[in-house]
Design a protein around this ligand. Structure first.
Ligand code: DON
Length: 554
């Protein structure tokens, strides 16, 4: 009888887990990209088809953040198999790239060479990722999932303040590329909100991908136009670089924080590892029994140590040996935790002396999607700096990335995000530059969250704080809105949003030996979808700092 009861319970349990969710949900950085995802879900596409649609749509409607000329990481969970994987569509260094390509004869960095213009661009991974996702996980043809993006590119859409603000920042760089200026500027001026951006060349590239898959971008006339335009402007891409590009399927990094499972990006993103190293220390520090001041102090100390490991050890694991197992071990977390004082800040110079400068830059993009079968995708995509390298090869409409700046051009010298690195992240042909992009799944007994954000080096600390908030019960809106602090080992200071720490805590943190710098509330653009495992209800939110939109459909 007892056995019969158990069998019945497990059958009910199984049928419950196989049952459709009450809804599907999308959160992205632009309302039109969210709509593209919803449109494809309503046409019978799954979360992976929706991810293809959103990736392509956001490339068109938020050209400052990501695009076909860039790359990203797509963290995917397939409900039927229970499998999670990370699709690595990160850019690679061209074959002619070399370790010192951004240094002058005296060994000094040549300003802007890794940020502006075609020499800054790695070989894009996003088109190959679109094809891989559609072919391996989607149920709709690529042509159907790319249709909304093609429509937006052809018919145009009105730009907003976000576009204007970022273009103000990159105006000069975009002006230097006549093909880019003709598309993204209003007669060479920064366009006003409401101006309609039309991208017919980009629509043609999307159509070529939808007709020919990988070859539509990486071989044939578009590849030829890209290489010609780039070489004419002093770049080093070749047709072989494009034809040789491959996405990689990687195992995500997993960590556990007091019963919450974290699944996040693996190398060549440092995101999952840095987050795991931080959380492993915090697991041993019992944050719940301390006040908010001590929590901030301990979070900063744990992040300081994890970001130091980023600088010291991390790079593309296909090229360098990264001691991943050691960094994730319990004994390592214990050894780091033992160096943390409850009362005093540890100066970063006591951990490892590398001098660095300030950090700047706010772009890239993230979206989260779940379908009614429970398939889910968290994707963080980038062309790096706002509007990438600012360069478009004539006739292509594809804005190229400046992701080469994420390599360590010179050991110990910071990149645009103030991040330092060493040999592990040195430039080499075919190598992927170290990233901070951290698309993440969180799972507790009751709920699942799908989240991510742009923000350069700060991505990791933002997701960490989002994860801690989620662990304490925060809903999607609280997770994306909450005030944030940041510490990245060097520069040795806490940066904070106005509502993240009280005046009293600021004074107390100074007393512990920290230095602090306030920052405006322009930090990141987090997108979250949260599933209640028992009810199947969904909750989605887009960061109030951005112009995105979240939608749940029944
Ligand atoms: O891969 C990275 O870590 C960077 N290229 C991401 C850049 C970014 O998030 C810019 N936004 N602030």
């Amino acid at each position: 009888m007892r056995y019969l009861f158990l069998i019945l319970v497990s059958i009910i349990g199984l049928s419950h887990s196989a049952k459709l969710l009450a809804a599907a949900g999308v959160a992205s950085a632009h309302p039109l990209a969210t709509e593209a995802g919803i449109e494809i879900l309503q046409k019978g596409g799954n979360a992976f088809d929706a991810a293809v649609a959103i990736t392509a749509a956001i490339a068109v409607v938020e050209p400052s953040g990501s695009g076909l000329g860039g790359g990203g990481f797509w963290l995917m969970h397939q409900a039927s198999s229970g499998e999670s994987l990370m699709l690595d569509g990160r850019e690679t260094a061209p074959a002619a790239a070399h370790r010192d390509m951004y240094l002058d004869n005296a060994g000094e960095i040549i300003p802007k060479l890794s940020i502006d213009g075609p020499l800054a661009a790695g070989i894009p991974g996003e088109p190959a990722a679109l094809v891989w996702i559609a072919e391996n996980r989607g149920v709709l043809p690529l042509a159907e999932s790319l249709a909304p993006a093609i429509r937006y590119a052809e018919e145009g859409f009105e730009i907003g303040e976000h576009y204007q603000r970022l273009m103000n920042f990159r105006h000069e760089t975009v002006l230097a590329s006549p093909a880019a200026a003709a598309i993204f500027l209003d007669q060479d001026n920064v366009p006003e909100p409401g101006w309609v951006l039309r991208q017919p060349d980009l629509a043609n590239v999307l159509r070529a991908i939808s007709d020919q898959g990988f070859d539509g971008f990486y071989r044939g006339p578009i590849a030829k136009a890209l290489v010609e335009g780039i070489q004419n402007a002093g770049g080093i891409w070749t047709l072989e670089d494009l034809a040789n590009y491959r996405v990689k399927v990687r195992q995500p990094v997993k960590a556990n924080y007091h019963g919450m499972e974290i699944t996040s990006a693996s190398l060549p993103s440092s995101g999952g590892l840095v987050m795991a190293i931080t959380l492993n220390q915090l697991s041993k520090l019992d944050l719940s029994s301390t006040n908010s001041l001590t929590q901030t102090h301990l979070l900063v100390e744990a992040m300081r140590r994890a970001y130091r490991d980023r600088a010291a050890y991390m790079g593309d694991s296909d090229f360098v040996e990264v001691p991943t197992e050691k960094l994730l071990s319990d004994s390592y977390a214990k050894s780091l935790k033992e160096t943390i004082s409850q009362s005093k800040a540890t100066p970063s110079s006591e951990l490892d002396p590398i001098a660095v400068d300030d950090e700047k830059g706010t772009d890239t993009t993230h979206f989260s999607v779940i379908d009614s079968d429970g398939n889910r995708v968290a994707a963080t995509l980038s062309i790096n700096y706002p509007f990438g390298s600012g360069f478009v090869a004539p006739g292509t409409g594809v804005l190229l990335n400046d992701e080469m700046d994420d390599f360590s051009s010179k050991p110990g010298t910071p990149n645009v995000y103030g991040l330092v690195g060493n040999e592990a992240n040195a430039i080499a042909p075919g190598k992927r530059m170290l990233s901070s992009m951290s698309p993440t799944f969180l799972e507790t007994n009751d709920r699942i969250a799908i989240l991510g954000t742009p923000g350069g080096s700060r991505i990791i600390s933002m997701i960490l704080q989002g994860a801690l908030a989620f662990h304490s019960g925060a809903d999607a809106k609280e997770v994306v809105s909450k005030g944030r602090i940041h510490h990245q080992y060097l520069p040795d200071r806490i940066q904070y949003e106005p509502d993240a720490v009280s005046l009293k805590e600021i004074v107390q943190l100074y007393a512990k030996g920290h230095s602090l710098t306030p920052r405006g509330r322009t930090w990141g653009n987090m997108q979250a979808v949260v599933l209640d495992k028992k009810s199947g209800e969904l909750d989605a939110a887009s960061d109030p700092r951005g112009e995105g939109a979240a939608r749940v459909i029944k």
